[in-house]
Design a protein around this ligand. Structure first.
Ligand SMILES: Cc1cc2nc3c(=O)[nH]c(=O)nc-3n(C[C@H](O)[C@H](O)[C@H](O)COP(=O)(O)O)c2cc1C
Length: 187
């Protein structure tokens, strides 16, 4: 097989039964074999504080090195009050520092937002795009992924049961694979 790309997945929800977490797990299954997805936990990442960068907490060090060696990042997030959850923003802030050592620099990325509401986290999706822009993240422009009515997409085992959504996400991940291939791995 040709090269496998290492894709770090950051889920914006910390909830055990998160719809976004379920979706991310399903996306890992339906992604092309050339993408190896791994969920990276961000719930125990201390809030960013410049003072601590003289002797950074171990959770910052490991998050930064894990993302720095990834070939790409997939963000799967809910919308909180028309923006992204604080936990995800904090993880991004930690990754962006210290100044000049942005672990996300030039990284290929893609965004999926998921909501039980009809709009599929549109506001969060675009806030996240804006944040990633100033960090020089190469975010996949299209297709865009706003997954609405998400409470009805899974069976009791957490499996995606809506074929249209599965097909959409399969094609979305094929587009992301092309995007990662085109931009090349960053080592
Ligand atoms: C603090 C908070 C703010 C929320 N704001 C929004 C919102 O602006 N738009 C939206 O569609 N859903 C909003 N929701 C509902 C979430 O979409 C819903 O709880 C969803 O299930 C969270 O994702 P998860 O299942 O992955 O945890 C909000 C939920 C919380 C806890």
């Amino acid at each position: 097989m040709s090269k496998q790309f290492d894709i770090a997945v950051l889920v914006g929800s910390l909830r055990k039964h998160s719809l976004n977490r379920l979706l991310a797990q399903e996306v890992a299954v339906l992604s092309p074999a050339s993408l190896a997805l791994q969920l990276i936990e961000i719930g125990d990442v201390p809030l960013y504080n410049d003072d601590w960068d003289l002797d950074p907490p171990s959770a910052w060090v490991s998050l930064r090195s894990r993302i720095a060696r990834a070939d790409g990042v997939l963000f799967v997030s809910p919308e909180y009050n028309r923006s992204i959850p604080a936990a995800l923003k904090n993880a991004i802030d930690v990754l962006s520092r210290p100044y000049g050592k942005n672990a996300l620099d030039a990284k290929p990325a893609a965004i999926i937002t998921t909501s039980p509401g009809a709009l599929g986290g549109f506001g969060a999706n675009h806030h996240l795009r804006q944040v990633l822009m100033c960090l020089n993240v190469r975010t996949l422009p299209t297709p865009e992924a706003y997954i609405g009515n998400a409470a009805n997409l899974f069976d009791e085992r957490g499996k995606l049961v809506e074929p249209n959504v599965s097909e959409f996400l399969t094609n979305f991940m094929l587009s992301f694979e092309e995007w990662v291939q085109a931009l090349g791995p960053r080592r």
